[in-house]
Write a protein that binds this ligand. Structure first.
Ligand SMILES: C[S@@+](CC[C@H](N)C(=O)[O-])C[C@H]1O[C@@H](n2cnc3c(N)ncnc32)[C@H](O)[C@@H]1O
Length: 269
């Protein structure tokens, strides 16, 4: 959030609001935005901060993490958002963009080593894939995405950023679209990632790294789920760490588990 203020009086009779900015659009969260005079407030926010639209964010839903939004001001939900030297074209009525994952995107860049093949199983519009392709010496990034709307933006964003030779987009469910035995590192940026672990292991070409996202009240909660599943698959693995990505709900957090896994001992999916 760019303005970390709950709706409140600033002391000068002015209401301060929490909001995020994606490109030239302001995004306000339903639970933090005053319930009264929303359109009027949205108009003054847009005018004050030079945004073309103001969008009310009511959460994301379903397998495709589709946003539930309402346009409070302006006429367009499409924008070009820039983060860490990468341009993302997106339509906020069709695909999500979590600014809260920015540190995780930067952290991953620091982990990727020269020559690695990185598999991004839940690529969306290229959140992780484009940053890695742009800022690391990975030999290539294989990016799977099932939602046709997100996939279309992924393909366009690869071109906008001039990364056609570095990112290979694969349309479809990662359980089928993801190639086997190609990767050195697999990113599982989806909160139900544990259910897909066998496919991530199958995507490794030798001992390699997995980054498994999920939620829990404590890091142990997610780690237990991951370890139970890897045990069922018969994998040899080492836990490298668990990191909190962001808050997800009251007392529930989004975590990522980093692992080194040897796929040779695992059962095939
Ligand atoms: C939550 S978004 C990606 C978030 C992103 N990692 C970030 O940092 O903000 C997850 C993406 O996975 C896609 N997805 C869901 N199930 C999938 C599957 N079985 N195969 C491939 N993509 C899938 C969704 O359409 C969505 O675009």
């Amino acid at each position: 959030m760019e303005r970390p203020h709950a709706p409140e009086e600033s002391g000068q009779g002015e209401v301060r609001l929490r909001f995020q900015r994606l490109g030239d659009i302001i995004v306000v969260k339903d639970r933090f935005f005053p319930k009264e005079n929303r359109e009027e407030l949205a108009r003054s926010l847009a005018e004050r901060f030079g945004a073309k639209s103001v969008v009310l964010d009511m959460g994301i839903e379903g397998e495709f993490r589709k946003p539930r939004i309402r346009l409070l001001y302006g006429s367009s939900t499409e924008t070009f958002h820039r983060e860490n030297g990468v341009v993302y074209h997106l339509d906020l009525s069709k695909v999500m963009f979590s600014k809260g994952n920015v540190h995780e995107r930067r952290r991953l860049i620091s982990l990727v080593r020269e020559g690695e093949v990185v598999v991004d199983m839940f690529a969306g519009i290229g959140y992780f894939s484009l940053q890695i392709a742009k800022h690391t010496r990975a030999s290539r990034v294989v990016s799977c995405e099932k939602n046709p709307d997100a996939f279309a933006f992924l393909v366009e964003n690869i071109m906008i950023n001039g990364l056609e030779t570095r990112v290979q987009p694969m349309m479809g469910d990662c359980r089928e679209a993801c190639p086997w035995r190609v990767g050195d590192r697999v990113i599982m940026g989806y909160l139900d990632a544990v259910k897909f672990l066998e496919h991530a292991v199958a995507a490794l070409r030798g001992p390699g790294h997995l980054h498994v996202h999920g939620t829990g009240k404590t890091p142990r909660e997610l780690l237990d789920e991951v370890e139970v599943r890897l045990g069922q698959l018969g994998c040899t693995y080492e836990v490298l760490g668990v990191r909190r990505v962001k808050s997800y709900a009251p007392r529930v957090y989004h975590y990522v588990v980093d692992l080194r896994v040897d796929p040779r001992s695992a059962a095939s999916p």
